[in-house]
Design a protein around this ligand. Structure first.
Ligand code: ADP
Length: 299
């Protein structure tokens, strides 16, 4: 009855990465490595992660009419994402300028570009796509009012999943639609806005009190915590040699959203998503590191 297992509404960025011995201070110029150019942005990452697992996936996003936009569209299509709803033009493609030092610490400047021009009107124009999608996933690298419009346009039976990144306090109607709200520690603290304790169980309880039907707290190498009205449970991580954690949260979220749409319980879907997140950290990069279903099964 649905054409798509997952519709991702979100950002697409070109990640421009330069390795440096030392990140520059104010007024300083440093020389770095050759420029590396990667497709990124949380929305684009989630769509690629889901499609690579085998989910029928579509992306609603906006890119510029430029080379970065074409790079992003190519990476989506290569992964098998339906890009018919990706809008082109209005501003340059979003860019993240990333410097990384030898310890792995980075400094990032993001120019949202076209992502900032994905509007509520664009969401209304895509209403047939929203209606054709079993699960809809969003993040906050696009305007909040655009996410609000997605929530307003939800049909009964469509599941909404939100990773509020970069985090901010959220309106009640958005919170109430989340099933689940997926946060890491930093995102949990910002969405809560007040100190509610130091354990994931305490954050989850406080977040549930804000209205979402369910909550998932991701805990990096420690796995995740799932919580809903029935209670909370820890989901163990898979032990792997972590090489690069970039994109792990996006891969986790995409996998979770897809498996929930297949009818799995929150705990079952999170166990699968933890395997996907673990596989993603064993390889360099974001989209390049996302596993196929066969690779997840072999883990
Ligand atoms: P984010 O990138 O949003 O902060 P996390 O770092 O918590 O998200 O990663 C998301 C999920 O990926 C985790 O819940 C976990 O299941 C998996 N994961 C992340 N890092 C590791 C790791 N070092 N080893 C195993 N699994 C990991």
């Amino acid at each position: 009855m649905y054409d798509y297992d997952l519709l991702v509404v979100g950002s697409a960025n070109a990640d421009l990465v330069i390795g440096v011995d030392r990140r520059p201070g104010a007024g300083e110029t440093v020389l770095g490595s050759d420029l590396a150019l990667h497709p990124g942005g949380k929305g684009a990452n989630q769509a690629v992660a889901a499609a690579r697992l085998g989910a029928r996936t579509a992306l609603l996003a906006r890119v510029g009419d430029d080379a970065h936009g074409r790079l992003l569209l190519d990476s989506q299509r290569d992964a098998g994402v339906d890009t018919a709803a990706v809008l082109v033009g209005g501003a340059p493609t979003g860019v993240a300028l990333i410097t990384v030092d030898p310890s792995g610490d980075n400094s990032i400047v993001v120019s949202p570009g076209a992502n900032g021009h994905l509007t509520p009107k664009d969401v209304r124009a895509a209403s047939a796509l929203l209606a054709a999608s079993r699960v809809i996933s969003a993040q906050l690298e696009i305007p909040l009012e655009t996410v609000v419009e997605v929530v307003r346009g939800l049909r009964p039976g469509t599941r909404f999943v939100l990773n509020p990144s970069p985090p901010r306090e959220l309106p009640e109607d958005v919170l109430a639609a989340c099933d689940p709200l997926i946060v890491n520690e930093h995102e949990a603290r910002v969405v809560l806005g007040v100190d509610t304790g130091d354990t994931p169980e305490q954050w989850a309880e406080a977040l549930l009190a804000l209205g979402p039907r369910s909550v998932v707290v991701t805990l990096g190498a420690d796995g995740a915590l799932v919580a809903d009205a029935a209670g909370s449970a820890r989901v163990a991580s898979v032990k792997v040699d972590a090489v690069d954690t970039t994109g792990a949260g996006d891969a986790f979220t995409a996998a979770l959203a897809w498996r929930l749409g297949l009818g799995e319980s929150l705990a079952e879907a999170a166990r699968y998503a933890a395997r996907v997140g673990a596989a993603a950290v064993t390889r360099e990069g974001a989209q390049d590191s996302f596993p196929t279903a066969e690779e997840v099964a072999a883990l």
